[in-house]
Design a protein around this ligand. Structure first.
Ligand code: PHE
Length: 341
């Protein structure tokens, strides 16, 4: 009778186990058969009805049965665990033969690269950086730079006016005035920035970048300008290049010069880049006009200075062989991608 009970229960156990598909179902199984209130420990409750001499045997049988079912339970738990792990691995599997997703990285714009290189060279010589406003007044942009109203030199640059006497700066030279207004010599500053002129063709853009240099101290001469620009050109274009000064005219410098660099493409023999002259014009400069010093309260009998202005786009176009300035502002990735440093 007791054995029959166990037998029936064993059948129920097997049937229930065969239907277990998940951990939840296995927990239900444990609850039903093996927990304190489950049917297997429940067999012991019938112990009283068993003849006393058979009780030890019955108890042993129940215990063995319970152990067997517990083992079956453990096995099932391990099986479910393994199946779950396998399913998870399958879901998380990565196909390492697939092509990788490429992460595109950006690069600096050629104007920025060139500007940074130029700043590097000059800061190595001890120049400080100063930035002035892009919207200027006539006074800073022209008058105090010795370009009086009606001065013919105003026609050298086609100016965008914002209002009467207010304009988009046509060069970074007003930075000279702003620096001298605020600092006493010795002065050694670099003024990088955007400038604007009503002018547009393959080498001119209505907006472009310049870098102004100004050095004011006792005994500054044109020689100092030449020495520094010589060094600058060698750092930017290569150690083999030479520079030459040509006389020029700017109202705010006297004497004024145009600086040429020997053609780094042909070494000076003559080629398309230097238009067969062997030289390339790179910047303008000169000795600061005594009137400009006076306009800023600097005594020209004590101090002298030199100034120069370099077109950043021009340097970038020469360095990289870019033949149209417009390419610099179109943001065409096919162009920009060529300048990743
Ligand atoms: N400002 C001049 C220009 O834009 C360049 C220059 C700067 C010349 C400083 C002399 C001294 O053309």
């Amino acid at each position: 009778m007791e054995q029959q009970q166990i037998k029936t229960l064993r059948e129920q156990v097997e049937e229930a186990l065969a239907n277990v598909r998940s951990k939840e179902e296995l927990a239900d199984f444990w609850q039903r058969f093996l927990s304190k209130k489950g049917s297997i420990p429940g067999l012991m409750k019938g112990l009283g009805a068993v003849a006393p001499e058979e009780r030890p045997t019955f108890g042993k049988m129940v215990n063995e049965f319970k152990e067997q079912v517990s083992r079956r339970y453990e096995e099932m738990a391990a099986k479910l665990e393994a199946a779950e792990l396998e399913a998870r691995n399958r879901a998380e599997a990565v196909d390492i033969t697939l092509p990788a997703v490429k992460r595109e990285t950006g690069g600096l714009h050629p104007i920025t690269v060139t500007k940074n290189q130029m700043i590097d060279v000059f800061s190595g010589m001890g120049f400080e950086i100063f930035e002035g406003p892009e919207i200027e007044d006539d006074d800073h942009n022209f008058t105090r730079l010795n370009v009086a109203k009606n001065h013919p030199a105003r026609d050298m640059q086609d100016t965008f006016y914002v209002a009467e006497d207010i304009l988009l700066r046509t060069h970074t030279s007003p930075g000279q005035i702003r620096v001298m207004d605020n600092e006493k010599p010795p002065i050694k500053v670099l003024v990088p920035g955007r400038v604007f002129r009503s002018d547009s063709d393959a080498t001119h853009s209505p907006m472009f970048h310049q870098m102004e240099g100004l050095v004011v101290d006792k005994n500054i001469t044109l020689c100092d300008l030449q020495g520094m620009l010589d060094e600058f050109c060698r750092k930017i274009f290569g150690s083999e290049v030479r520079t030459r000064l040509r006389p020029s005219y700017f109202p705010f410098t006297e004497p004024s010069v145009e600086v040429d660099v020997s053609c780094f493409e042909c070494g000076g023999k003559g080629c398309a880049l230097c238009k067969h002259t062997g030289w390339i014009e790179v910047l303008g400069g000169g000795v600061v006009h005594h009137k400009v010093l006076e306009n800023c309260g600097v005594d020209p009998t004590v101090y002298s200075g030199f100034a120069f202005g370099i077109g950043v786009e021009r340097i970038a176009m020469l360095k990289y062989g870019i033949n149209n300035i417009g390419l610099m502002y179109e943001n065409d990735l096919r162009f920009l991608k060529q300048f990743k440093d």
